[in-house]
Design a protein around this ligand. Structure first.
Ligand code: SF4
Ligand code: SF4
Length: 280
């Protein structure tokens, strides 16, 4: 086992993990780059090892599963049960776009049994195809909630996407405003440390940059190389290294993000800009 007798559990406010990189929406500005048609989920066999190991080191106040779209992971229910066992006293949340609950029979009962809150992100107030599907899904979730009594929260501000890089797709480039401290101060992901590939990453834009880079050959761009070289913290890190990770605010890598936030217009997942619903 990884646990060493002298390792103390470190209490942290937030911890999260993406269960799927794929998503059926394509929200421009997604900080997990899932709008670019990333593929794949984290199999339970793999993710379980990561979570059990990190549970010997960290005690999060709030632990969230998200993605991508976590409901696209066929092992989702096993993950919900595992998080309940590992962190029974933490607030546990499943963050989803809410459109795919029908894919996971037993989801609502498992949310109730494990005391996991279901957070549903609202990603557009304008895209009618999305809203039709979303409203239908909400009715189904509310009907299930009345029956199974699990907690639900609507995240109504999550259509406010901002640019975390310049350009799009193969032309995306880091901001490099030459002020990582200001970028970190402006950042809305600074408390979202995340488990990816078994290690602990500062934030989703750094954790999943490698997936976007693979898709668009970004490693050929010199501008991205310093950020692709970011090294996350392994679960075998010493206590000092781990404390240092959590105590560090701005890092040189924060230079990839904007020093001043530039929001996309409200509801910018319109079909004209970029198809919002891949499957519709
Ligand atoms: S719903 Fe939108 S913001 Fe959320 S993971 Fe999918 S593309 Fe990203
Ligand atoms: S690299 Fe720094 S500024 Fe950018 S999202 Fe991560 S924590 Fe925020």
């Amino acid at each position: 086992m990884l646990k060493q007798p002298d390792w103390k559990l470190i209490r942290i406010p937030f911890l999260e993990m993406d269960l799927a990189h794929a998503c059926d929406l394509k929200c421009r500005g997604c900080t997990h780059y899932s709008n670019y048609g990333l593929k794949g989920s984290v199999p339970f066999q793999e993710g379980e090892v990561w979570l059990r190991a990190w549970a010997t080191r960290l005690m999060p106040g709030t632990f969230s599963f998200l993605g991508g779209e976590p409901l696209l992971n066929s092992d989702l229910l096993a993950y919900l049960r595992l998080a309940h066992i590992l962190w029974p006293d933490s607030k546990r949340i499943l963050i989803t776009n809410g459109l795919n609950c029908h894919l996971r029979p037993g989801l609502f009962e498992t949310l109730a049994e494990t005391g996991t809150r279901l957070d549903i992100s609202v990603h557009s107030h304008k895209d009618q195809a999305y809203l039709d599907r979303f409203n239908q899904a909400l009715v189904e979730i509310e009907t299930a909630r009345l029956h199974s009594s699990f907690e639900v929260m609507l995240r109504t501000q999550e259509f406010r996407f901002y640019r975390t890089y310049r350009g799009e797709g193969p032309d995306m480039r880091p901001f490099e405003d030459k002020n990582p401290e200001a970028s970190w101060q402006a950042c809305q992901n600074s408390s979202c440390c995340t488990i990816h590939q078994g290690a602990l990453w500062k934030c989703p834009p750094l954790a999943y940059l490698g997936l976007a880079a693979k898709k668009f050959d970004l490693d050929r761009q010199a501008a991205w190389r310093p950020y692709l070289a970011y090294r996350p913290v392994p679960v075998t890190a010493s206590e000092d290294e781990l404390v240092n990770f959590f105590m560090t605010a701005a890092e040189p890598a924060c230079a990839m993000c904007p020093a001043k936030l530039d929001y996309f217009e409200q509801g910018r997942i319109t079909k004209e800009e970029q198809p919002a619903l891949a499957g519709v």
